[in-house]
Design a protein around this ligand. Structure first.
Ligand code: ADP
Length: 520
């Protein structure tokens, strides 16, 4: 068998050159250093363990969270003539036995396994007996409780793995690049910082857009009419949203399929096949759909509602344009989305500490929807991507809308001093009400009508004030405390603005006709 990584790349996979980060990851693994590879979706993570898996002696064990993903990967390897198999709960007991015997006989170069397998004595026996080339954790962020897709079964296998004396090297792969998730993976899998390979996260063929205040079903219908023959995914926040939208579109004869965890396996399989084969061009789905779906020509991803975190958003949006062609990622934002995500956090089984953490990540997502700066730059900054080219991508909706720069320093000072006078005890909407001079009974109740800033921005609509307050938060000129009801607080940037040391500019896009009524 060929042992040179370059030769394997060319002979088996048919590619001429490595992509960013691949060679370094492969070299680390070949030198038996535990490695973490962080690359964006579509960056080419699979080859990072498949090539060393072929070059090193023994069998490579790949831990993978999704059954469908394992099967796809195994099929792809088998097509290339590489012996591979998988072991998971979809197999009968006797089939599992047969495969385990074959694994013990050294028939396979690659074995994909669900994390639960490592709790089975029979499976662990087999692992003990064979020569292991490497262990790879695919979608490694599932290990971390800070990841957006934490799977306890992923984490609990680590002690079992540590009991195996024959693992020469471990590799973790993920598209999640937040500091806490990376640190968690490094600690749990004993990966030194010098063996972390992180590529740039910018996807130059993706344009990000935010659309606010739209009637969402109407927006989707006209978008689909305009992009008739293009393939796209519409992500909803809940199964119910997916069902409703699916019904609305199908009734009008639009070629949509749907996918969520509430459907039977058959229904999901059918929907997926129809989408992959372009019988249905648009997939309406919850986040249950996507991991491992290798459809390279997805031209658009629409988020029907704001997701909970930037990690989740970037990963889902990143499923567009894997073929490198230009693709659009659109987020349809409405204020109710925020309420829904807060509700989901409250309903979850997380402890208070973890909830607090989720609220912090949610706030970063909300800020993304309110920033007036470049959307790409915002996300790259969130992922601490130092390779980012500049402050503006020139492709996103904010870069396109950056038309009129307005000095709002005075309004900002009024907002900030109002926050101060309100004792830094209230959130965005109460602050906006006070600035507007609203007659809301709670204002009297708290005695806020007596403040000198009460009604100081009465010339604006409450919505316009709200937007300016959110803008100050997004630009970090005003802080919010994390939690279900985030209160506004001043920070050192606010002090600079109040002292007149720092001007505040806002970019106002021309207001589309449909929305003008809201502003009057
Ligand atoms: P990820 O797991 O990071 O989302 P994949 O491993 O699925 O990405 O790779 C995405 C696509 O890029 C696949 O179609 C893969 O065959 C292709 N690819 C990977 N490495 C290379 C390379 N060096 N040159 C060209 N194409 C590549």
């Amino acid at each position: 068998m060929i042992k040179q990584p370059e030769q394997i790349l060319q002979t088996y996979f048919g590619y001429d050159t490595f992509r960013a980060g691949q060679k370094q990851t492969i070299n680390n693994i070949m030198s038996l250093n535990n490695t973490l590879a962080v690359m964006p979706t579509g960056g080419g993570k699979s080859l990072c363990y498949q090539i060393p898996g072929m070059a090193l002696d023994g069998t490579a064990i790949i831990i993978s969270p999704l059954i469908s993903l394992m099967k796809d990967q195994v099929d792809a390897l088998q097509t290339l003539g590489i012996p591979a198999t998988y072991i998971n709960s979809s197999l009968t007991t006797s089939e599992q036995q047969t495969r385990l015997s074959d694994i013990e006989a050294g028939k396979y170069k690659f074995v994909y396994a669900a994390p639960e397998r490592f709790e089975s004595g029979r499976f662990m026996d087999a692992m003990n007996r064979i020569r292991i080339a490497l262990v790879a954790f695919d979608e490694a962020h599932c290990i971390s409780q800070w990841g957006h897709d934490f799977r306890p079964s992923y984490r609990s296998i680590i002690p079992n793995l540590q009991r195996l004396p024959n693992i020469p090297v471990t590799v973790a792969l993920t598209a999640t690049a937040t500091v806490d998730v990376m640190a968690d993976i490094q600690t749990l899998l004993q990966i030194a910082s010098k063996h972390v390979v992180k590529t740039g996260f910018e996807r130059e063929n993706l344009s990000f857009h935010i659309a606010k205040g739209k009637d969402k079903p109407t927006y989707i219908r006209s978008f689909m009419q305009e992009h008739k023959h293009e393939s796209g995914i519409i992500y909803t926040a809940t199964r119910k949203q997916a069902d409703t939208l699916y019904d609305q579109l199908s009734r009008r004869g639009l070629p949509a399929a749907k996918y969520h965890a509430g459907l039977t396996e058959d229904e999901r399989k059918q929907a997926q096949t129809a989408f992959i084969h372009d019988e249905k061009t648009v997939m309406i789905a919850t986040n249950a759909f996507g991991m491992g779906i290798d459809k390279s020509d997805v031209r658009f991803i629409i988020h029907y509602a704001m997701p909970m975190t930037i990690e989740a958003y970037y990963q889902e949006a990143g499923r567009a344009g894997r073929d490198g062609e230009h693709s659009d990622c659109i987020l349809l934002f409405s204020p109710q989305d925020v309420q829904l995500q807060k509700f989901l956090i409250e309903q979850s089984l997380m402890d208070d500490h973890a909830k607090q953490h989720e609220y912090r990540k949610l706030q970063a997502m909300i800020n993304y929807c309110h920033t007036h700066g470049c959307l790409t730059a915002y996300m790259l900054d969130y992922f601490n991507d130092e390779t980012a080219a500049g402050d503006t991508c020139g492709r996103c909706s904010n870069c396109h809308h950056l038309q009129e720069r307005v000095d709002i320093t005075e309004e900002a000072q009024m907002i900030l001093s109002c926050v101060k006078r309100m004792g830094e005890r209230f959130g965005v909407s109460m602050t906006a009400k006070v600035l507007k001079g609203s007659k809301d009974s709670r204002i009297r109740q708290f005695g806020l009508h007596k403040l000198s800033t009460y009604g100081i921005l009465s010339a604006y609509t409450e919505k316009a004030i709200n937007e300016r307050v959110q803008f100050l938060v997004a630009e970090q000129l005003l802080a919010t405390q994390d939690g279900k009801f985030p209160t506004l607080q001043l920070n050192h940037h606010s002090v600079d603005v109040l002292k007149g040391k720092r001007p505040v500019w806002m970019y106002t896009a021309p207001i589309p006709e449909a929305e003008q009524a809201d502003y009057q």
